[in-house]
Design a protein around this ligand. Structure first.
Ligand code: DC
Length: 218
């Protein structure tokens, strides 16, 4: 059987990775988290004191080896054989990752990792530019959106800290949407042939069922 690619793109905090993992489990496909690659590279470069405002040499990139592993709900990522699954979600990486993710040499690195993964396996991949840039020929493309207020409320619940106000999170989300969609490199954009789902009023299972229906009906 030919390898299939399912691309799940969309706005921040719309549940892309939750859906991608559920689909991977259901169909028995591999799962790749494109954002996690950017986070792991950022961790390596921060630890090596490589600044984002300089070109990252091929020599440095050659020192980075990243492996992702996903199995029945458990995602792990290894940077040069060290498990960095938790570290890449830390504050330091979260603050810097967008600066590194802008760089063409880093985008090419992630692009190559994803393309290599797709050579041997059917994949579900989530990200910002998967259906537009990385896999423009993906077999199925989905684009998730939701009202900023609803995303802020969901994130507020996850953070579970009442000192952080929903209004502030909502403002941050709006700013991030704007940065993501207007940035010069790999702007967040729905591919013309992607199926858009507004998840604002849907549960996780309702979104999942919509995705499955679409896959089964094509
Ligand atoms: O989804 P996330 O928060 O883990 O993404 C981390 C960073 O990488 C974020 O700044 C967006 C960026 N990113 C990207 O530019 N392109 C992707 N395909 C995935 C993530």
């Amino acid at each position: 059987m030919d390898k299939l690619i399912i691309a799940i793109d969309g706005q921040a905090s719309t549940g892309k990775s939750t859906q991608a993992k559920k689909i991977a489990d259901y169909l028995g496909f591999n799962y790749r988290d494109s954002g996690a690659y950017y986070r792991a590279i950022t961790l390596y470069l921060l630890n090596s004191n490589v600044k984002h405002n300089l070109k990252i040499s091929q020599e440095i990139l050659n020192q980075i080896s990243i492996k992702q592993d996903y199995n029945e709900g458990h995602f792990r990522i290894f940077l040069n054989d060290n498990d960095v699954t938790n570290k890449i979600r830390g504050h330091k990486v979260s603050l810097s990752v967008s600066n590194y993710a802008k760089k063409p040499e880093i985008r090419k690195f992630v692009f190559d990792q994803l393309r290599n993964s797709a050579e041997s396996n059917s994949l579900v991949v989530d990200g910002r530019d998967i259906g537009t840039v990385v896999f423009p020929d993906a077999d199925y493309k989905f684009f998730l959106i939701a009202e900023p207020r609803i995303r802020a409320e969901r994130r507020h619940k996850q953070i579970d800290d009442d000192s952080v106000k929903v209004d502030i999170i909502e403002e941050e989300i709006k700013i991030r949407d704007k940065t993501d969609s207007t940035r010069e490199i790999a702007p967040l954009r729905k591919a013309d042939d992607a199926f858009k789902i507004d998840v604002s009023d849907l549960t996780i299972n309702e979104v999942f069922n919509k995705i499955l229906q679409k896959i089964k009906s094509d």
